[in-house]
Design a protein around this ligand. Structure first.
Ligand SMILES: [Zn+2]
Ligand SMILES: [Zn+2]
Length: 465
């Protein structure tokens, strides 16, 4: 072989088939195109269910459950073992949250090699598959949230997104997602190659041996620090896919199911601010307020302070605040829409002064700020007395209403505007703009298509700055 010719790059043994999905033919919407052109697996029925189960996952998830359930009734829990189990829960949990999730799936910070190996080892002990599979599926979850191309789509219900998708064979392949960066990572490849051994070592052997050698509790270490702890880590991560899509608020966007809730954060090592996370997945934080529970964020921050991590990504505060404001305006708009508002100005009849005079003879009409108001039903309820209103029937009471006789409250102005029945022709002098808009409507929430579009007053080639 010619020594100058480089050997072709080695084909990675774990390149998965999903990445190669043909994108040709996709015209409008990838999701609907794939759903239309590929067939899902048949529905699970009483006659085929045994063929539709993922037995390997059932063993990996079920085994620690069986050991833990049997063990807690037969094994004394020592405080040293309990303390170690909790610490090991956080260690392996952080392997998933700070490692698999925020580092490998989202690249939300740079991790040094020692930290990467530590996170890969910790994550192996959580028993959730190798990094490549996990992170690739999670990228599809973000890209196709709430669709059938999301491997754990919340639209299929709480239990499907929690554990159903692992126990039952996926009905469809997850949507395509680029994971080529992971295939190039030496740590990801190393962990993938030795995954089964690392799972046994970090998931079972280390916690058992640690409790056995340090305080002689081999059995307790096996039951509590290995098996029960792994059950908790499993359900902790499962809750990010289930609970975090069902429980809580949507302060940043309500287009999809992800939600923010303290309880979810508590059981997921800080992954509970999931509404924020789906909006800003590249942000190393899940919780942006200092008092919100996000130990994963604190861990990454500490790592950056001791030189193990760098380039912690955060989304611009201005854009985060914009998302929040949009949701607040949306809520305000909903409140605004259920209230009654004055007649639209364009639908009011325009009336001449003569006609106003004539009609005032048979109705109690008063002119204020260019609007004609019918105060018939209010004459006897006027707090300032009936006679004041009667005096101004058929007259312009603008000055009197705005301070001439009494400077009316905002509430009075709002109520007055509900009594509009017409507009006086030519009776809208300049300087009255602020008086013609009732206080309750000055900051009203308007959709973009309800506002007049600003037109450019200059033409030609502008210089962009
Ligand atoms: Zn999610
Ligand atoms: Zn994520």
């Amino acid at each position: 072989m010619d020594p100058n010719i480089q050997p072709p790059p080695q084909v990675l043994p774990f390149r998965d088939e999903f990445d190669a999905i043909e994108l040709e033919g996709v015209q409008d919407n990838y999701v609907s195109y794939i759903l239309k052109t590929t067939k899902p697996r048949p529905p699970v029925t009483a006659s085929n269910w045994w063929r539709e189960l993922s037995y390997l996952n059932i063993i990996v998830i079920g085994f620690p459950h069986v050991v833990a359930l049997h063990g807690i009734f037969t094994t004394r829990l020592r405080w040293e073992t309990a303390t170690f189990a909790i610490a090991y829960y956080f260690f392996t949990g952080l392997g998933i949250t700070a490692g698999y999730h925020r580092f490998w799936a989202h690249r939300s910070y740079n991790a040094s090699k020692p930290l990467q190996y530590m996170l890969a080892l910790a994550g192996s002990g959580a028993g959730q598959g190798a990094i490549k599979w996990w992170a690739r599926g999670h990228r599809a979850h973000h890209r196709y949230t709430d669709t059938d191309l999301d491997p754990y789509g919340a639209q299929n219900g709480f239990w499907w997104s929690h554990i159903g998708w692992l126990v039952i064979k996926p009905r469809r392949k997850p949507g395509t997602a680029d994971a080529s960066d992971l295939s190039k990572s030496a740590v990801v490849r190393w962990q993938h190659r030795y995954y089964v051994w690392l799972l046994l070592l970090m998931g079972m052997v280390v916690p058992t041996v640690a409790c056995g050698l340090l305080w002689g509790d081999w059995r307790g270490g096996y039951v509590y620090a290995a098996a029960a702890r792994m059950c908790f880590v499993h359900h902790s991560t499962f809750c990010v896919n289930s609970l975090a899509h069902f429980l809580g608020e949507t302060p940043f966007d309500d287009k999809h199911t992800p939600r923010d809730h303290f309880l979810t954060a508590l059981v997921t090592v800080g992954e509970g601010y999931h509404n924020f996370h789906h909006q800003f997945p590249m942000d190393y934080r899940n919780a942006i307020k200092w008092y919100q529970y996000d130990p994963t964020k604190w861990f990454i921050w500490v790592c950056s302070k001791v030189g193990l991590a760098s380039h912690l990504k955060t989304f611009p505060d201005n854009e985060v605040a914009k998302g929040q404001l949009t949701m607040q305006l949306k809520r305000l708009r909903e409140k605004q829409d259920v209230l009654h508002w004055p007649e639209d100005v364009t639908s009011l009849p325009v009336v001449s002064w003569q006609s106003f005079q004539k009609q005032s003879e048979s109705r109690s009409l008063i002119l204020i700020a260019g609007f004609i108001h019918d105060v018939s039903s209010f004459i006897d309820e006027h707090p300032g007395g009936r006679h004041l209103l009667v005096t101004y029937i058929g007259r312009d009471a603008t000055a009197a209403f705005f301070g001439g006789i009494y400077d009316h409250s905002n509430a009075a102005h709002n109520l007055l505007s509900m009594k509009r029945v017409g507009i006086l022709k030519g009776g809208h002098p300049h300087g009255l703009e602020d008086r013609s808009v009732p206080p309750s409507q000055r900051l009203r929430v308007a959709r973009f298509d309800e506002l007049s579009s600003p037109s450019s007053s200059t033409e030609g080639e502008g210089i962009l700055d």
